[in-house]
Design a protein around this ligand. Structure first.
Ligand SMILES: C[S@@+](CC[C@H](N)C(=O)[O-])C[C@H]1O[C@@H](n2cnc3c(N)ncnc32)[C@H](O)[C@@H]1O
Length: 653
C-alpha cells in the first residue's frame, strides 16, 4: 500500500478511516484522541472529519517519536504548572530570595504584568535610574516620577497605563523593596518562573542560559556588528550582544510576547543607561509581520544586512489553522510546519553574504526525516561552520541540544567542525547533499563515512514503502487491562525490555485484548500478521525479535511487517541485529530512539539467493537451538568484504 500524502491537495478534509490509515492507528484510537482533546473534528461537518494540516502535524510528531508532546497539548494540569528555570541563574544561592518573590506573586494572585512593573521599578531604583519616590507618586501621579534616563521614563509611563492601580496598591510594598540579586536579566528569570508551562510550550518560551549565549557572542560579534535576535524573549542574547557592541542601535530584537519585549527593552536601556536612544526591539510576529525588506521600516540600503543573527528559536510551536495557511504562502519550502525551521529560513534571508547564524536547536534537526526541508535550504545557502553538542542545558526539555553555526554563502568545499564531548573532528559538508533526506550524519568521522559509503554502494533496497508499521498498544488504563499472571481470557503482551535479539523473552505481562476500549491501538491485523519484527523503541541499540506467533506489544515495543518480494523477514532480522548495522545506526543517527525513519534507511543488500539461504538457516538455528550469533555476525561482515582491521574497528566503536 502506498503511503497517503497530501502533496496534491494541500487543504483537505479527511474522514475517520483515512485519518486512521494515514496515522497507522485504529479508528477507535482516533475516537479516543478526539475525546481527550488531542484531535479536533471540523465543526462544519457532522461526525469525524479532520483538517489535513492537523493530521500532518500529528504524523510528524509520531514520526519523530514525539507523541508525548502531542499529549501535552491536551493536558490541562501540565498547562497550569509553573517551574523555576534554575539553569538560567548564574548563582544558585539566590534561589531562596527569588522563590519568595515568586510565591508572593502566586499566593496573592497578582497579575504578571503588575508584578513585573513593580519589580522593574525596584530594579531601576537599585540601578539609581529612578530617584527615590513616595508611594503616592506610584499610585496617583506617575508624572512626578523622575528618571535619569528620558527613554526609560517614557517606557515606564507607557507601561503604567496598562496596569490596574488597585493591584499596585496591594503589591507595591513587598515587590518594590524585596532584594533583587545581581543576575543578568533578573526580570526575565522571574517572568519565566511565573509563566505557566502551557503558555511556555505554546510559544516555545524557554530562555537560554547565559553561559551558552556568551560563547556564541565571543565567537562572532565585533564592536561594530549589526546583530539580531528574531525571537528575543526578555533579551538574554541582546544583553550578551551588548557586552561587545558599542552602539545600542545596532542591536535588534523582535518577539511576539508583549511582556517579554517590555523587559528586553528595559534591559537594554539599563545596560546603556548613559546613552540617549530608543531600542530597536519590537513586539511583532517575526514570521508573519516582518518583511525581508522593511525590517523596522529601514530603507532599502539596510535590507538583508545583518552581520549576526543568533537565538534559541521556539521549537515545536502549535500554530493556529489561520497562521498555518499564511505560513504556507510565505514559506512554501517549509513543509514540516516546524517553528525553528521558519526562523532559520527567515534569518538566512535577513543576513548579508558572509553573515553568521548561530542557533540553539534540538538534535533532531540533523537527522529526523521531517526536517529535510530546512536541511536542504541550509545546504544550498550556507556553509555549516560548526555543530556543537550542549549537555542537557534545559532542565525541563528532554532532548539533546545542539548549537548550529552557519555562514551565508554558496561555498561547496566546506569542512564542518563537529564538537562532541571532548572530541573534535571534521566532516565534509558536500557529502551531506547526497545523503537520503539530506541527513547531517555528524557522528561519522571520515573513516566511518568511507565504510558506510561502501555498504551503501552495494546494490540494495530498503523498507521505505515496502513495509507496514504499528505502534504498541496504549491501553489508557493498565491496572484494568494488564496483569502480571496469566488469567482466563488473557494473552501475553510484550514491552520493549522483553524484546531480545531474534526472540521475545519470557512474557512479564498479560492482557485482556479488547481493542475498542484502548486509548491507542493499531489495526488488529498488524499484530496478527503471519510474520513480523518487534523492536525496542527506546534504545541506543537495534534490538529486533522475529515473531510468527501473532503476539501483542505495548507501546515501548513497535512492529514492522516487511513486504519485499523474495526478501525473507529472517534475513532482515539478521541484518538489523548485526554489529555492522548497529555501527551504521550509531554513526548515522546516534539516537536513543529507534525511529521508523531510521529503519527505513537501512540498506537491504540484493545478494545471491544462496547467501540468503545460508543466513536464513543461521537465523533458524539461533531462534530454535539458541546458537551463538557471532558466526552470523561475522558472515555479514564478510559478505560486505570488510577487512579484519575494519571489522575490529567497527566492533570497538
Ligand atoms: C525559546 S524562547 C527564546 C528566547 C530568547 N531568544 C532566548 O534564547 O533566551 C523563544 C521565543 O520566541 C518567541 N516567539 C514565538 N513565536 C514567535 C513569533 N512568531 N515571532 C516572534 N517571536 C516568537 C517566544 O515568545 C519566546 O520568547
Amino acid at each position: 500500500m502506498q503511503e497517503l500524502t497530501f502533496q496534491t491537495n494541500p487543504i483537505s478534509i479527511l474522514n475517520l478511516e483515512k485519518t486512521a490509515s494515514f496515522l497507522g492507528v485504529s479508528t477507535a484510537t482516533i475516537k479516543n484522541w478526539v475525546k481527550s482533546g488531542l484531535l479536533h473534528t471540523q465543526n462544519e461537518q457532522k461526525g469525524y472529519f479532520f483538517h489535513s494540516t492537523e493530521i500532518e502535524n500529528i504524523k510528524n510528531n509520531i514520526t519523530s517519536g514525539d507523541l508525548n508532546k502531542l499529549k501535552g497539548y491536551a493536558n490541562k494540569s501540565k498547562a497550569e504548572r509553573t517551574f523555576i528555570p534554575v539553569e538560567y541563574l548564574k548563582d544558585e544561592t539566590n534561589i531562596d530570595n527569588l522563590t519568595k518573590i515568586i510565591n508572593f506573586v502566586t499566593n496573592n494572585n497578582i497579575n504578571i504584568f503588575t508584578s513585573l512593573f513593580l519589580l522593574s521599578l525596584n530594579l531601576l531604583k537599585k540601578e539609581k535610574i529612578i530617584l527615590d519616590y513616595n508611594t503616592k507618586d506610584l499610585t496617583d501621579d506617575f508624572q512626578n516620577l523622575f528618571f535619569t534616563n528620558k527613554q526609560i521614563g517614557e517606557e515606564i509611563k507607557d507601561w503604567v497605563t496598562k496596569i490596574d492601580t488597585d493591584q499596585i496598591k496591594l503589591a507595591y510594598d513587598f515587590l518594590l523593596n524585596c532584594p533583587l540579586p545581581d543576575q543578568r536579566d533578573i526580570l526575565g528569570f522571574i517572568y519565566q518562573s511565573l509563566l505557566h508551562e502551557g503558555k511556555k510550550s505554546q510559544n516555545g518560551s524557554y530562555y537560554t542560559p547565559e553561559m551558552i549565549v556568551d560563547e556564541i557572542i565571543k565567537d562572532y560579534v565585533k564592536h561594530n556588528s549589526k546583530v539580531l535576535d528574531p525571537c528575543c524573549g526578555t533579551g538574554q542574547f541582546l544583553l550578551a550582544f551588548s557586552e561587545a557592541i558599542e552602539n545600542p542601535k545596532n542591536i535588534y530584537g523582535i518577539d511576539i510576547d508583549e511582556m517579554a519585549v517590555r523587559i528586553a527593552r528595559l534591559n537594554i536601556l539599563i545596560k546603556y543607561k548613559n546613552k540617549d536612544f530608543a531600542p530597536n526591539i519590537v513586539c511583532k510576529n517575526t514570521l508573519l509581520e516582518i518583511g525581508n525588506y522593511d525590517l523596522f521600516s529601514l530603507n532599502d540600503e539596510n535590507i538583508r544586512d545583518f552581520d549576526v543573527v543568533a537565538t534559541n528559536p521556539p521549537w515545536g510551536v502549535h500554530f493556529s489553522k489561520i497562521d498555518t495557511e499564511k505560513l504556507k504562502t510565505s514559506f512554501p519550502e517549509i513543509t514540516s510546519f516546524e517553528s525553528f525551521s521558519y526562523f532559520l529560513k527567515k534569518s538566512i534571508d535577513l543576513l548579508h553574504d558572509g553573515g553568521m547564524i548561530s542557533f540553539i536547536l534540538p538534535e533532531s534537526i540533523l537527522n529526523v526525516k521531517t526536517h529535510k526541508d530546512i536541511r536542504e535550504i541550509i545546504l544550498k545557502n550556507t556553509s555549516i561552520k560548526k555543530v556543537s553538542y550542549l549537555d542537557r542545558v534545559f532542565k525541563n526539555v528532554f532532548t539533546s541540544v545542539i548549537r548550529l553555526d552557519l555562514e551565508k554563502n554558496k561555498n561547496n568545499n566546506n569542512q564542518v567542525v563537529i564538537q562532541k564531548e571532548s572530541e573534535t573532528y571534521t566532516a565534509e559538508q558536500a557529502k551531506w547533499k547526497n545523503n537520503h533526506n539530506f541527513i547531517f550524519d555528524i557522528h561519522a568521522n571520515n573513516i566511518d563515512t568511507s565504510i558506510i559509503d561502501r555498504i551503501f554502494s552495494t546494490k540494495h533496497t530498503t523498507l521505505t514503502n515496502q513495509a507496514d508499521w504499528a505502534l504498541g498498544i496504549v491501553t489508557g488504563d493498565n491496572d484494568s487491562f494488564i496483569t502480571s499472571e496469566k488469567r482466563d481470557g488473557f494473552e501475553e503482551i510484550y514491552k520493549g525490555k522483553d524484546v531480545e535479539k531474534f526472540i521475545l523473552g519470557e512474557p512479564a505481562n498479560y492482557i485482556n485484548f479488547e481493542p475498542e476500549k484502548f486509548q491507542q491501538v493499531a489495526p488488529v491485523e498488524r499484530y496478527r500478521a503471519k510474520e513480523k519484527l518487534i523492536y525496542r523503541f527506546i534504545s541506543k541499540n537495534l534490538v529486533f525479535a522475529y515473531d510468527d506467533k501473532q503476539k501483542l506489544t505495548l507501546n515501548s515495543a513497535n512492529i514492522v511487517i516487511p513486504r519485499i518480494q523474495n526478501y525473507s523477514v529472517k534475513v532482515i532480522v539478521a541484518l538489523l541485529n548485526s554489529s555492522l548495522y548497529q555501527f551504521i545506526f550509531q554513526k548515522k543517527f546516534s539516537s536513543i530512539k529507534v525511529l521508523r525513519s531510521h529503519i527505513e534507511q537501512m540498506p537491504l543488500p540484493l545478494w545471491e539467493s544462496n547467501i540468503f539461504n545460508k543466513i536464513e538457516k543461521m537465523v533458524d538455528d539461533i531462534i530454535n537451538n539458541g546458537t551463538e550469533f557471532e558466526n552470523l555476525d561475522n558472515y555479514i561482515f564478510n559478505e560486505y568484504s570488510l577487512s579484519p582491521k575494519e571489522i575490529t574497528y567497527i566492533k570497538n566503536s
